[in-house]
Design a protein around this ligand. Structure first.
Ligand code: CTP
Ligand code: ZN
Length: 148
């Protein structure tokens, strides 16, 4: 088996690595990359040293906000985000779901006020794999997350 199963190195942009196999398409959708004109390389179900099989994304010339990174963590908490400058890894960050998750996910409780008032922000506190809605106090796990 050849060791080098990666696609070409990129000059500048982001490599989002160690995504659980099959998750890259959710990240592509979340970051709106299906609609963007960025040059994107996707690796799906490739062998990995750290997890058995992984997906990865290489996005050339993209800029992402902290909110975008937080969104990635909601789908793939163990992803590594590598910022690439001049063909070098300039920054490697483990991303984490923030303690406060504002306006990214929906409340699974359909009776929650956030479903009645369409312009209302959603706000959740996150701790120990549990989200708690600020408005109805409904508690739910990462497996129940749906996006706004
Ligand atoms: N990469 C890239 N273009 C570059 C530099 C790196 O596409 N100019 C990719 C590598 O192919 C790798 C990822 O960015 O998938 C991280 O690079 P690096 O830290 O060198 O690899 P590893 O040591 O394997 O990373 P980790 O320890 O996070 O597994
Ligand atoms: Zn709620």
């Amino acid at each position: 088996m050849t060791k080098n199963h990666t696609v070409q190195k990129i000059k500048q942009g982001y490599v989002i690595d160690h995504l659980p196999a099959g998750k890259s398409r959710f990240i592509l959708r979340l970051l709106d990359l299906y609609k963007s004109n960025y040059e994107v390389y996707t690796g799906r179900n490739v062998p990995s040293k750290k997890i058995e099989r992984k997906d990865f994304l290489k996005i050339v010339g993209a800029e992402f906000s902290n909110v975008d990174f937080n969104r990635i963590a909601l789908i793939a908490p163990n992803a590594t985000v590598n910022r690439i400058e001049n063909f070098e890894v300039a920054e490697k960050r483990r991303i984490t779901i923030p303690r406060l998750v504002e306006n990214i996910i929906t409340c699974p409780n359909l009776n929650c006020i956030t479903h009645v008032e369409p312009f209302m922000k959603t706000v959740f506190t996150y701790n120990d794999n549990t989200f708690i809605c600020r408005f109805c106090e409904h508690r739910f796990g990462t497996d129940e997350v749906t996006f706004l």
